[in-house]
Each structure stands twice: as C-alpha cells, then as structure tokens.
Design a binder for this molecule. Sequence first.
Ligand code: FES
Length: 118
Amino acid sequence: MTDASEFTFIARTDEVEAGYALQVAVDGREPVAVVRLDDGFYVMDDTCTHGAASMSEGEVIGCEIECPFHSGRFDVRTGAVTAFPCTKALKVYPVKVEGDQVFAALGAGTCADDATTG
Ligand code: FES
C-alpha cells in the first residue's frame, strides 16, 4: 500500500540533463518524466493527456514541455496545459532532493485541473 507522503527514488541528479526530460519506469504504474529546470527538479506523468505519447521524448522549451506527437505543451512546474491540442493537465508530483538523489511522492500527485472551477 502506498502512503501519499512516501517518496520514491526517481533518479540521480547527474542522470537528468538540464533541458531534457528523462523517462523513469516505476513498478506498478505508468512511467514518470523528470525534468531539471534552473530552479530544481520536476516530476510528472510521462504519458501525454492527449494521446499515448511519451512526454520525455518531447522537447523542453523554457519551463514548458512539448509533446512529440501533436506539439501540445504543458508547464513543467504545474502540469497545466499551455498549448492546444491538450486540454487536460498532466499530473505533477512533490519532489525532494537528498544529496545527489531525486525522489517524488507518487501517491500525492496533483493536477492543475483540480484547482480550477469551471
Ligand atoms: S498525444 Fe500529446 S499532443 Fe497529442
């Protein structure tokens, strides 16, 4: 059973190159993507909300990640949609860095859609 506050090892910091997303396979669930921006590491679902694309194969542009299939975009920090044709946010996860290791609370993901009303 997964505790929402439980952190899962995602990657070593030196495995995540700035400006690129790294796909990480996680036991028992869909893979996640980890992105390194100037202000830290961000972990999100790797599968686009518009189709079966791997976001980690897309391009990181500033603080956005672009889907390789139809060029929909999301804000890496919040998962919010920033470009059509995506309309549903990506789920993002709380991250902590300890030493040279990146962890994410995969039971505590949030979706920018959850915060919007109407
Ligand atoms: S599958 Fe990602 S934008 Fe269409």
